[in-house]
Design a protein around this ligand. Sequence first.
Ligand code: 3SL
Length: 244
Amino acid sequence: MKLFVYHTPELTPTDRMPDCAIAVDVLRATTTMATVLAAGGEAVQIFSDLDQLMQVSEKWSAEKRLRAGERGGAKVAGFDLGNSPLDCTPEQVQGRRLFISTTNGTRALQRVQAAPTVLAAAFVNRAAVVQYVLKKQPESVWIVGSGWEGSFSLEDTACAGAIAHSLLQQTNLPLEDLASNDEVIGAIALYSQWQDKLLELFYQASHGKRLLRLDGHADLKYCAQTDILDVIPIQREPGVLVKF
Ligand code: 3SL
């Protein structure tokens, strides 16, 4: 298995695709996606464009859809939800499709949507994603962080490191055999330093600080939990993720 980490969609190669792509947006899009599917959501459909989201979701009855829109960390006016995983309770999401557009997370997923297998990962479902990769043994795996508007984000690379660290432990592969770019080694080092204090890492992160200014402390606490959901959002058709 050849593992690559890319910190942002912009740093991800455009001339090829891996066998398996894993998009990461710990704060908060991929955490929210895993949570929605764990709570009984029918599927998650992603959009970069808010108007297009409205148009497509209009064809679904109001009881079967939920519209989630986030820009700059805040809920978009007129949408049912923003991007807080804590809003995604079974009462709210059961049997419904989440139509979602966020600043960066949906872009990371779209960047790799041509890969044969596309997964969404966060700390909350890290173990489930690792088990999937170990079972399927794809030859090439990319972990793509969402970052923030083109910049590196600590929490996404730390999560990439958490996945890589666990793959390394469970395969017993030498680091030089698994790690296919320098970013993998950097991500593992970052995770190793912060693994027992992820919430503190989020306090240092620029997007963590942004969410704290928006009263998002409970969200940060939730997103810092590791391996609590045995669910993988997996792409069934371009832009539509279902529970695996
Ligand atoms: O950028 C994104 O995709 C979002 O996850 C950002 S936020 O956490 O909803 O503010």
